[in-house]
Design a protein around this ligand. Structure first.
Ligand code: HEC
Length: 85
């Protein structure tokens, strides 16, 4: 055992830690990317479909409350057979 063995051992441990962390993070990277793609697709569909128009408070009064985007309408109109009322 030379005087540098302790430091070299610590360096090797550090490399192993980094490789381990990369291996673990790559396990989670793939699902996250799929989720991102789904979020982008969902946002596209909701924007394209104009869902915010009827489902955001204030929209029908010309002042959509962007802090409560898609939080539901304060105008009480309903589609028969849909929803509780
Ligand atoms: C023209 C206005 C309008 C637009 C645009 C609109 N909605 Fe709705 N939505 C309604 C109304 C009215 C109801 C029924 C509410 C009720 O009967 O209580 C409803 C109900 C719903 C429900 C069912 C809620 C429940 O409690 O069962 C969902 C989910 C929904 N809308 C999603 C969407 C999505 C997604 C879009 C965009 C693609 C969209 N809406 C666009 C007016 C609209």
């Amino acid at each position: 055992m030379g005087p540098n063995n302790g430091r070299r051992g610590a360096a090797r441990k550090g490399v192993l830690l980094i490789v381990g962390a990369l291996a673990i993070s790559s396990l989670f990277a793939a699902p996250a990317r799929t989720e991102d793609a789904q979020l982008v697709r969902g946002k596209y569909l909701v924007t394209f479909g104009g869902c915010t128009d009827c489902h955001t408070p204030g929209h029908f009064f010309g002042k959509p409350d962007t802090a409560r985007l898609l939080a539901g309408s304060d105008v009480g109109f309903a589609i028969p057979g849909l929803g509780g009322s």
